[in-house]
Design a binder for this molecule. Sequence first.
Ligand code: AHR
Ligand code: AHR
Length: 479
Amino acid sequence: SLPCDIYATAGTPCVAAHSLVRALYSSYNGSLYQVQRASDSATANIGLLAAGGYANAAAQDSFCSGTTCIITKIYDQSARHNDLTIEGAGGAGVADVGAPADALPVTVGGHQVYGLEISAGMGYRDNSTSGVATNGAAEGMYMVTSGTHVNGSCCFDYGNAETNNQDTGNGHMDAINFGTECWFAPCYGSGPWVQADLENGLFQSDSGYSKNTANTGTGAIPFVTALLKNNGQDHFALKYGNAQSGSLTTTYSGGEPTTSGYSPMHQEGAIVLGTGGDNSNGSIGSFFEGVMTAGIPTDAADNSVQANIVSVGYGGSTGTTGTLAAGSEISLRATTSCCTADYIRHQNNAAVLSAITSSSATVDKGDATWIVRKGLADSSCYSFESRNYPGDFLRHYNYQLYRQPMVGTTQFRQDATFCASTGKSGTGTSFASYNYPTRYLRHYNYNVYIASDGGSNAFDSATSWTDDVSWAVTAPWAP
Ligand code: AHR
Ligand code: AHR
């Protein structure tokens, strides 16, 4: 059974079921989301490969070929039709824009699909819903999100919010929040935390504060299950899990915040995704699937949902390795004689060259593994997505290389696109920068740049340039 089948059987049916990647009912065979392309503003609905199955990402690729697309609608798979559209202006933010449709390629269920990558200024909403809890009614909700694409700005939320995009007071929201924003210090650990955005605060407990020593955050794991349930009267609970393995952990199950307005709750029944209730939209985050239920699901149902999420294999390997072809997982090894055991890996957000061996730590192997994608600015060239930071790509900035989230701008697309040719030294492959075509991906002093063959920067040095810009495309270090 799929998540909404499980919740229906448990007597707490989904009243909203949103996913970019898969069906959430085994019988669902409708559209998942709508994309709009830049070239002619035409729209297309993206559906499933089969009833109860996975997104037909190839349909998106062909519709968006030669141009770019944004996501304009996320369909509700429940019979309630609580579809999300791009969020309008609110008390704390101008109208949002749609997320780029190709920013977050990911393998789920053995299929390459796309998640939703929210950058600052992006969000989705439905202010006119059916069946969603209002005024102290009970509800549950979960989402699958990412612990590697977060920030400390308000407020990457999914759940119940105001119907007018304004902060209308305590208890007027009941949404899962995920990020590194500690609203009421102290928070414990470094996050990111699964919290409850109940309006005018991100709560980890009833104290009115974030203080909860049981909630130290998920750490930078690529796929997270985040869950909130609230009886609307005097009790809420928070859970998190690794969406790739294991079970859920409850960090809180107890009373509502003691500050006035939260007990009972005053939910208004709108659904928000990616921003705060008043459209505070400085936050970033990733969304793959999420549901809201009528009534509080049982813990047994939550556990079955988590087991189903784990079973579909979020972030599984693509099945292709070691080749320069879209979908292939690779590592990039230097060929200069100094450095033939060194690979391009990310570290503290920058790309560097470092030695990786079979006994390297798992995180180092992951950092040195890239998934080849068709070029974000030109499909005849390539982009390189981080294996362990989904939706982050190798891009240059000020001629240096970094791992950064794909925000969808033309600048980012160009900075993250590299065009391959035979290695300048005669061995391996060289990669020209798409927007600085005389500059090539080069290591210099164990940092990585786009460098010209001679020039004013130290890293443009002509000495060993041809070797430094020639790379071996190898089997990936990560399994
Ligand atoms: O509760 C945190 C945030 O505070 C809400 O999301 C927003 O509406 C308000 O700014
Ligand atoms: O890396 C060179 C340029 O530096 C990039 O195109 C731009 O993003 C930044 O200004």
